[in-house]
Write a protein that binds this ligand. Structure first.
Ligand code: PGA
Length: 242
């Protein structure tokens, strides 16, 4: 199976820059998914379709429809061609107070619309220091996925908060070590009772480390933030897959 590489553009770029980026990009070696700002989606749809790049939302409302000013529903994401949507990214959890129960509702809204949720889980530095990594992952995962019987359309991204580049203070950014990645990915797989759910890694994936990370058998792909903002670094990551 092809590795899945998701670009998470967060709140960066403009529609014009995004279109130029996509026109330059080649995406043959992996299944590429682009999580772009919501206002870009309808313009990007025309550019990504011939390149076989799938679109993703970065967030979805936990309610299906109605008086929720500022929110975007699953139906709206579907209408602009999204096949995936991130859920519970650590920035949503930290800056916007999103809880595991919110993630649970959002996953339901997405599945109702046949959009694949990419559930992001991961411990912060303090939890890691206290040896709570597995407990945190277990709580995030089991709460958000409670009640789900069919896992066919679910994806998980393990993103340790301390390894996400924008949460790191120094100039030199570090991803998790290969052995940490292997340990947590195996643990997630075990929690999911070995179901064939893709488990991606995210947190400072860049052209220097992507070869080693993406060639791990435990890793189904990557969620890439900072390095997905330039065609050169994003393409180098795609090219590092064997
Ligand atoms: P990063 O971001 O690759 O810049 O660490 C990953 C993410 O936040 O999804």
């Amino acid at each position: 199976m092809k590795k899945i590489i998701i670009a998470n553009w967060k709140m960066n770029l403009s529609i014009k820059e995004a279109v130029i980026f996509l026109k330059k990009m080649k995406a043959d070696s992996a299944a590429v998914v682009l999580a772009s700002p919501a206002t870009f989606l309808s313009s990007l749809r025309l550019v990504v379709t011939p390149k076989k790049i799938a679109l993703a939302g970065q967030n979805v409302a936990k309610y299906p429809v109605g008086a929720y000013t500022g929110e975007i529903s699953g139906a709206m994401l579907k209408e602009v061609g999204c096949r995936y949507c991130l859920v519970g990214h650590s920035e949503r959890r930290i800056y916007f107070g999103e809880t595991d129960l919110d993630c649970q509702a959002k996953i339901q809204r997405l599945l109702e619309k046949k959009i694949k949720p990419v559930l992001c889980v991961g411990e912060n530095q303090q939890q890691r220091n206290h040896g709570q990594t597995k407990d945190i992952i277990k709580k995030q995962l089991l709460t958000a996925l409670a009640g789900i019987k069919d896992f066919t359309n679910i994806l998980i991204a393990y993103e340790p908060v301390w390894a996400i580049s924008t949460f790191q203070k120094g100039k030199v950014k570090k991803s998790a070590s290969l052995s940490d990645i292997i340990t947590v990915h195996r643990y997630i797989r075990q929690l999911l009772k070995n179901k064939s759910v893709p488990i991606l890694y995210g947190g400072t994936v860049n052209p220097e480390n992507s070869h080693d990370i993406l060639n791990l058998q435990e890793v189904s792909g990557a969620l890439v933030g900072g390095a997905s903002l330039k065609v050169s670094s994003f393409t180098a990551i795609l090219n590092s897959i064997k």
